[in-house]
Design a protein around this ligand. Structure first.
Ligand SMILES: Cc1cc2nc3c(=O)[nH]c(=O)nc-3n(C[C@H](O)[C@H](O)[C@H](O)COP(=O)(O)O)c2cc1C
Length: 325
């Protein structure tokens, strides 16, 4: 199957599929596997403690793939400075940078004059329009089904994508709730020119940093097995439902603010689940799409499956099997 959209052309990739930033999970193993399989793999810069570590991961990725890959910056995260990390990525000549979680203007100021493309991940139309004004090459827009941090408005991918497509002239990448070829075709039908996925990539062989217990939990869960935490802090984010997440929600009902929550929502609490496999003593980001993830393939196997599923959609529509008469 040969894919041709403004996103494949812009990013120089074979499939309109972007691996989203995945905090503490997306290192060179996953990023290079996604890029080698024809999508856009990404490293997650803000999970790395120093610019030197980021440079090291970039170079390990370059060693494993000659194809384009990106570096993701969740710039709002941990209130940490990000400029020296962006500088390191630019210095290493990365093809693509993606930004989320805060005002991306400082990143645009740094990228200006280089060949690096900038994608901005937003959860709303207003921010998407702003990203285009600032000079984004494409916008990714994530609906409330997605894993990890979300918008505050609870707008679904289905509702958000066509409205953002209408509001922008640059290409749009749909994100949130997509896990197979049918989802990809649905996103393209809504006017998106590519998709971004997070949760589906955790349950792949090359996501080597994710503990088996995390992958097992993803493949055995139903679509109703996620909950939103941190809403009381104005930063809603979707996690796998477990006793720990229930406890967070319970504390949130008391409206006691960040201090009462900080140990529960820390990077350490996240790592206990995703690295150590303590799946009731920590939290793990995941989206509602877990309900339709049932195995742990390689990224290449996953993408082959996407092609088969997409072909079936094309066949179904072209033969008009009673769908349109
Ligand atoms: C475990 C996990 C960690 C994430 N970390 C980041 C991150 O560091 N930066 C970012 O831009 N997005 C992050 N996201 C969001 C994803 O890139 C993507 O937008 C989202 O997962 C899409 O929804 P889906 O999970 O339904 O595919 C994360 C998502 C998950 C599940």
């Amino acid at each position: 199957m040969k894919w041709n959209t403004r996103i494949t052309n812009l990013l120089g990739i074979e499939r309109p599929i972007v691996q989203g930033g995945l905090a503490y999970l997306a290192y060179h193993e996953l990023a290079s596997a996604v890029s080698n399989a024809g999508g856009l793999g990404q490293l997650t810069a803000m999970s790395m403690d120093t610019p030197e570590l980021l440079r090291k991961e970039i170079n390990l990725t370059k060693r494993k793939t000659s194809k384009p890959f990106g570096v993701n910056f969740a710039i709002g995260q941990h209130g940490r400075p990000f400029e020296h990390m962006v500088e390191a990525a630019l210095d290493e000549g990365v093809d693509i940078i993606s930004v989320t979680g805060g005002n991306p203007k400082p990143v645009f100021d740094m990228v200006r004059g280089t060949n690096t493309k900038v994608l901005v991940l937003t959860a709303g139309k207003r921010q998407a329009v702003k990203a285009e004004e600032l000079g984004a090459d494409a916008v990714m827009v994530v609906g409330q089904e997605g894993g990890g941090h979300l918008g505050k408005d609870d707008t679904s991918t289905m509702v958000l994508v066509p409205q953002v497509v209408e509001a922008l002239t640059i290409p749009v990448i749909a994100s949130g709730g997509i896990g197979d070829g049918r989802g990809l075709m649905a996103a393209l039908s809504l006017g998106a020119e590519g998709i971004e996925m997070g949760t589906r990539f955790i349950a792949t062989k090359e996501c080597t940093h994710a503990h088996k217990a995390y992958k097992d939990r993803i493949i055995s869960s139903k679509e109703t097995d996620t909950v939103i935490i941190k809403r009381s802090l104005g930063a809603p984010a979707r996690v796998i439902r477990n006793q720990f997440a229930d406890r967070i929600q319970e504390i949130e009902t008391r409206q006691e603010g960040y201090e009462s929550l900080k140990d529960y929502i820390s990077g350490e609490a996240n790592k206990r689940f995703i690295y150590e496999g303590k799946d009731e003593d920590g939290f793990a980001w995941a989206g509602q799409v877990i309900g339709s993830i049932h195995d742990v393939p390689t990224v290449a196997e996953l993408f082959d499956r996407f092609d088969e599923e997409a072909s079936k959609v094309v066949e179904k529509w072209s033969e008009q099997k009673g769908v349109i008469t």
